[in-house]
Design a protein around this ligand. Sequence first.
Ligand code: RB5
Length: 357
Amino acid sequence: MKVAIAADHGGYEQKAHLVERLAGAGHEVMDFGPMGADAVDYPDYALKVARAVSSGEAARGILICGTGLGMAMAADKFPGVRAAAVQTPEFATLCRQHNDANVLCLSGRFVEPTVNEELCRIFLETPFEGGRHAKRVAKMMACGQAMAMDRLMVMDHPLVAHKLSILRDEATPTKLFRELVQELALFVGYEATRDFPLEDVEVTTPLETFTAKRVAGKKVAIVPILRAGLGMVDGLLALVPSAKVGHIGMYRDHETHEPREYYAKLPADVDQRTCLVVDPMLATGGSASMAIGYLRKAGVDDVRLLCLVAAPEGVERVLSEDPDVRIYACALDRELNDDAYILPGLGDAGDRIFGTL
Ligand code: RB5
C-alpha cells in the first residue's frame, strides 16, 4: 500500500523506525520528513500527509507528534481526510472498521515504538466495515468538513422549509411543483450571491442625492444541467436578469448510475463569469462533478453549485473532486437508496417538473 508519513520533533525518532518497518512489510512509503530532529511546527507536516491522502496520491497517512493530537486536528481539516489519534490496538481497529480513518496519528512521547508499530499494522490491515457505518461516515464528511470549511451552505429559512415540504409531497401537481422549484431557486440563488462585491454609486432620490451601492460589475452565467436544471433557470434570472445561460446535457446511465455528457453550449466569455451550476437534486454527485470539471476546463475560476435537495454522498463527492467549488442547498437529506435516489427526497425532479412521470 502507498503510505505517506511525517512527524514533528516529538515523533521524529519513531518515524525513522516506522519507515523502516513499513518498507520491510512491503509498503511503498512516502516520507515527507522532517529528516532531522530540529523543532518544527506539526501543522506543516500534517499538511503534507493530509494533502497526499486527500488527493489520492497516498492510500493512507501516518503522522507522529508528541501526543498525536495536534497532528490529528490539523490533518482533519483537509477534505476527504479522516484522521484518528490512536494509542491502543482496539482504537486502531475501530477507527478503521467504523470510521474508515485514512490518517493514523500516533504519540511519539507516550507510546512505545513496538506498540506504535502494532498500531500501524492494524491500521493498514483492517478493512472498513461499511454497512450502517458508511452512511455515518458520509454524513460526517459532508456536514462536518464542508460546513467547517464554508463550502456547503444549507438554508435554514422557514419559508424554504415550508415550500420544500410542499415540493416533496407526492400529491403536489406539476404546475405547483414547477412554480415552487422556481421560487426555491430564487431563494438559494439569493444565498449563493451573498458575497458579490459592491461599489458606490450616486443616486438621486426625489429628495436628495446620496451614495448608494450596486453590484460591482459581477458577470454571471447560469448553467443548468439538462434537463432538471432548466426548472431553476427562470427563478435565477429573476434574481440576476443580466446573467447569460449556458447548458450542459447529462443523462444518468441507469445501470452504472454514472453520468454521460451529450450536449454543452456555454457563453463565449464563460471564463470571465461566476458560474452558477444548477440541478435540483445533488444525488451521487456524478453529473455535478462532471459539469464542474467541464467548466474548469473552460477556464472558469468561480463555480458554485446550486441545488434544492442534496445527499451527503453527493456533497462529499463534489467537494472532494473539486477543491474550490461551493455548494448551496435548500436541504441536506439523509442518504441515497440502492437506485441512487435521495431519501427522503422528492422523487425524480425532472419528471415532476416536466410532467413525464
Ligand atoms: C510539540 O512540543 C508538541 O506540542 C507536538 O509534538 C504535539 O504533541 C502536538 O499536538
